[in-house]
Design a protein around this ligand. Sequence first.
Ligand code: NAD
Length: 501
Amino acid sequence: MNRIRMYIDGEWLESESGRTTDIINPANGRKAAEMTRGTADDVAGAVAAAKGAFEPGSPWRSLSADERAELMVKAAELIEKRAEELAVAETNSMGRVYRETRYDDVYAASGAFRYYAGLIHELQGAASVENGDMMTVTVREPLGVCAVLAPWNYSMGTMAAGMAPALAAGNTVVIKPSSLSPVATAMMVEAMAKAGFPAGSVNMVLGSGSEVGTALSESVDVAKITFTGGTATGRDIIARSATSVKRYAMELGGKSPFIIFDDADLDVAVDRLMFGIFLSQGQVCIAGSRLLVQDTAYERVTAMLKERIPKIRIGMPLDENTEFGPMVSKRHMERVLDYIRIGREEGAKVLVGGRRITEGAFGDGYFVEPTVLVDCDEHMRVVNEEIFGPVLTVQTFTDEQEAIRLANSTGYGLAGGVFTRDMGRALRVCSAVDTGIMWANTYMEETPGMPVSPHRQSGTTVDGGLDGLKEYTVLKQINLAMTPTKSDWFTGMVSEGKDNR
Ligand code: NAD
C-alpha cells in the first residue's frame, strides 16, 4: 500500500483538498508511502457516516452482539493473516524494529479485537424491586460516534485498544492515525472492511492534528473522544471537547521513575532497566526514563550500564537481529538531541552515548545513541519533561522516603518500577508512588485484561478489562410500574389525614 486513502462510509476516498503528505522511512530518509491529507470537511463527512450508521434500524445497529463479536474475530484473523505485511509497513514508516512490530504490535492489535469480542455479553445492568410494585432496571447503552486518535508509536495496538471496546459496545467509530505512521492502521481498516463491518460503522480520516484532530474534538456529533498522545495535545482536546460536553478518555505522556535499592538483584534490575528505557528507542509512554538509584549501589549500577549498553545491536530496523533502530523522524531526532544538549547545559554529564549516529548508512537515517545522563537533579528539565527517546537520567537517593519523594516529583503519573529484595518495602513504595501502574522486580510485563488508569497529568481514563469496556457505554435507568396507579398529586382532592405538601 503506497498511497493511503481515507475510508468513509464504506468507500476508500481521496480528500477534496488534493493535498498529500509523504511518509518518510526514518531508517534512510526516503519516502515510504504517501497519504491523502483530509480537511475539516472530510471529518464532517466521516462523522455524518458514523452517525447514520448508528441510527436505530441501520445494518450495524441491527446486528446482534454475537454477530458483532463474529466480525471482530474475523477482523483479528485477517490482521494476523497479513502480520508480515503489517509489521514491515509499520517498521518502514516509524522505524520500530521488525522483531517488535512483527511479534508484539500485530498481536496487540488482533488480540484487542479477540479480547473484546469475548467480553461482548458482559455489559449487563442491574435490577431492583425494593419498592415492591415498581421494578427499576439499568441498562448499558452505546454512546454513539466515538473518535479514536492515536500517536505514531505503537500505532496499531493503540488504535485497536480504542476501536475494539467501542465497537464491541455497539458504537460506531471515526479514527485518525498519526500522519507519521498511518500505513499499518489503513491495513487494519482494510481487514475490518473485508471482515464485513457495515458501511459507516468504521471510518478513517487522515490529516494533521491541527486540522483533522481539532475538527473531531469540536464536532458536536462525536459522543466520545479517545486520545492517546502528548499531555499538551490532550489539554487542547479537553478544552475543545467542552463546547459539546463530550466524554473523553486521555492516555497521555509519562516520565516514569525506575527505583533501584542496594539490596536488589542488580543483574536483573539493570537488564529490566535497559529494556524499560531503550525498547523502541525509548519512544514508549511507560519508558522507565528516570533512574533513581540508592547511593550505595550507584557505582555498581553505572558500571553495569557502561559495560552493557555498547553491546546493544543497533542497526537497520527491518533486520531481524536489530535491537535498536532510528527515531521516528528527523524532527523528533533533533528534539531528542536538543534535550541531551539542554541536560549538559543544566549540569548533567554524559555517561554513555549522547550523539547522533552518522557512520555509514546510519547517516541517511535518524539514529541517536542509547544515552545515560548522570549527576541529574529534580530541578532539571531533562528530569521533568518527557523526552520520548533513548535518554536515561540518573539521580541518587539515600533512603526509602527520599526515593518516594523523588519518584513523585514530576507532574506525570503513568508508571514506575521498584527493585528490592525486601517485599514489605516493595509494597510500601508501590503504594506511595502516585502512578497508574507500578512494577516490583520487573518492568513492562502486564497481565492481559487487567484494567489500568493513568494518574495526574498522564491521563483520565480506564483502559482494558470490563471496566474499560464500560467506558464506551452510558447507563440508562428504566422504571416499570407493575400495577399502574395515579399519583393523586394535582387532583385537588387531599385525602383525609394526609398532608400533600
Ligand atoms: P501527539 O500528541 O503529537 O499526537 C497524537 C495524535 O493526536 C496524532 O494523531 C496527532 O495527529 C493528533 N493531534 C495532534 N495535535 C492535535 C490537536 N491539537 N487536536 C487533536 N489531535 C491532535 O503525540 P505523538 O507525538 O504522536 O505521540 C507521542 C506521545 O504519545 C508521547 O507523549 C507519549 O507518551 C504518548 N503516548 C501515550 C500512551 C499512553 O498510553 N499513555 C501511549 C503511547 C503514546
